[in-house]
Design a binder for this molecule. Structure first.
Ligand code: MN
Length: 206
């Protein structure tokens, strides 16, 4: 069977300082993300028909999975997919740039300008009660949209393609920011890898 594995990071644990601290990265990537993967693999163990499907396929068709593994795949498969995107779309500050090309045009078309987008994204991340994620997605009409989900749900469960995300579970920021989620959200805008987001946008509208 194919087992899901932790994806390699393209930067060191301390490379996102001061916005995301080294210890948070070590625990978040090495412990939290690894645990989602372990539990996902455990849930799929012995489920021959489902083991070689992609995560996207599994999460788009949750109701067709055996009932006893639906919740485990939703939570842990979602956890694996969400964190994999998150590590990809952040980068050390010196590598992060502004949106450009088709993505910049689409942001202006959908939100008016980049700062209105940032405000909407900030609101989505701030008002997500409890644990969850904020997203920039491409919807079924091919338009950009800001949204948020609870727990480890991924927009693919609503037929939307995520191109940017922010983890607002306390485990993502508590060691450095404690209860100050808004400060963590503000910091995030310094480390978005817009080149990766732009590539994901172009892929999503193909
Ligand atoms: Mn997390």
């Amino acid at each position: 069977m194919t087992k899901f594995e932790l994806p390699a990071l393209k930067y060191s644990f301390d490379a996102l300082e001061p916005y995301i601290d080294k210890q948070t990265m070590e625990i978040h990537y090495g412990k939290h993300h690894q645990t989602y993967i372990d539990k996902l693999n455990a849930a799929l163990e012995g489920k021959d028909e489902w083991q070689n499907r992609s995560l996207e396929e599994l999460l788009s068709n949750l109701e067709s999975l055996p009932e006893e593994i639906q919740t485990a795949v939703r939570n842990n498969g979602g956890g694996h997919l969400n964190h994999t995107l998150f590590w990809e779309i952040i980068a050390p500050e010196k590598e992060a740039a502004a949106p450009s090309g088709k993505l910049a045009d689409a942001i202006n078309e959908a939100f008016g300008n980049i700062s209105t987008f940032e405000q909407q994204f900030t609101d989505a991340a701030t008002t997500r009660f409890g644990s969850g994620w904020a997203w920039l997605v491409v919807n079924q009409k091919g338009q950009l949209e800001v949204t948020s989900t609870p727990n480890q749900d991924n927009p693919i469960m609503d037929g939307k393609t995520a191109i940017l995300c922010l983890d607002v579970w306390e485990h993502a920021y508590y060691l450095k920011y404690q209860n100050r989620r808004p400060e963590y959200i503000e910091s995030f805008f310094n480390i978005i890898n817009w080149d990766v987001v732009a590539a994901k946008y172009e892929q999503a509208i193909k």
